[in-house]
Unconditional design. Structure first.
Length: 343
């Protein structure tokens, strides 16, 4: 771990002086420290002075990729340096996170993560990196709710009615997911845990076949990403009971959050954030954060996010790190209680 200037200063003054040369170490150490501080300040003033690589742990066309590509031109305009999007899909975003954790902490490598980064910390017994210690938070970027959707023939027209029905039929109501260990699976398990009910899990290989079986009544419940099911909700082919975020979705303003509909404190939104390797200089992190926050306040970015069913959630680096820590703890508990294992 790199030593802070204050620590370096304390260490320097702890050296004993060379016999017969009064103050020699003090002079040399002070000179070296001065040069280090001057060099760091100069680097901060010119940063960034070359292209920045933004890793994305998902294939082109997904929400994380779309968010990254919406941000990149705005950041390029601010810094006059290209933002190179590098898609490294695979292993539930572990590949991209690992590349970032092992990259030089020079401010020129960042990664666009999603909530899967926090889920992976609890889902896998061993990762090639520490999900918290090997990264520096740059900024939260966006949040996109899932939506609690039910088969039209189900006798539940609200979250509270669904909870009551589930309590009278423990284990008899089924929920579909796009795959074991994914966000839709864990959102449902969090709902089970917080509502005190037991819905039975039916995993599918993808969101499309899962939603199709809910529409036909083969399965009664699903927690899909909002953009993937918005058309079916608006056409009346399925019924939306609540969104999983802490505030209502602009695209479904009449649908309450699950928390306000009766399951207090419920929050299971997809979210996106930028991380850098651990020990990236704070001055560089501050520059990255300022650029992200400014970009997120633009109408162009807001509209691009809204098309993905997402809202901008700009933050400070410290807020980003605190949120990541809380999400890791939350999903680790849900995964442990439900006995979920990586597939």
């Amino acid at each position: 771990m790199a030593q802070d200037p204050e620590d370096a200063s304390s260490s320097a003054w702890s050296h004993r002086r060379r016999p017969g040369v009064p103050g020699s170490h003090s002079f040399i150490d002070c000179t070296c420290l001065s040069l280090l501080i001057t060099g760091a300040a100069a680097a901060a003033q010119t940063y960034p002075d070359k292209p920045i690589r933004m890793l994305v742990g998902f294939a082109p066309g997904g929400t994380a990729d779309i968010v990254a590509r919406a941000l990149a031109p705005r950041l390029t305009d601010q810094w006059r340096q290209p933002i190179v999007i590098d898609n490294r899909a695979g292993a539930g975003s572990v590949i991209a996170s690992d590349l970032t954790a092992k990259a030089p902490p020079d401010g020129y490598t960042v990664v666009m993560i999603s909530s899967s980064h926090a889920i992976n910390a609890g889902l896998h017994k061993k990762l090639p990196y520490d999900s918290e210690k090997d990264f520096s938070g740059v900024a939260l970027v966006a949040s996109a709710p899932l939506v609690l959707v039910v088969y039209n023939g189900l006798a539940a027209r609200s979250v509270q009615e669904l909870v009551s029905l589930a309590r009278t039929k423990p284990g008899q109501l089924n929920y579909a997911s796009s795959g074991s260990g994914g966000t839709s699976h864990l959102a449902a398990e969090l709902f089970n845990r917080m509502a005190g009910i037991r819905l039975f899990h039916v995993p599918y290989k993808g969101a499309a076949p899962a939603l199709a079986d809910v529409m036909s009544g083969q399965v009664q419940i699903i927690f899909p990403a909002l953009p993937t099911t918005l058309a079916q909700i608006r056409s009346g082919r399925v019924r939306a009971l609540g969104v999983t975020s802490t505030r209502r979705a602009a695209s479904l303003p009449d649908v309450p959050t699950i928390a306000e509909a009766g399951v207090a404190g419920y929050d299971a939104a997809n979210w996106y954030a930028l991380l850098a390797p651990a020990h990236t200089p704070k001055a560089f992190i501050a520059t990255l954060n300022a650029g992200i926050v400014q970009a997120l306040r633009s109408t162009e970015i807001s509209e691009a996010l809204l098309r993905q069913g997402a809202d901008a959630i700009p933050s400070t680096p410290a807020e980003c790190e605190r949120y990541l820590t809380s999400e890791i703890a939350k999903w680790r508990t849900v995964i442990g209680d439900a006995g979920i294992r990586a597939q």
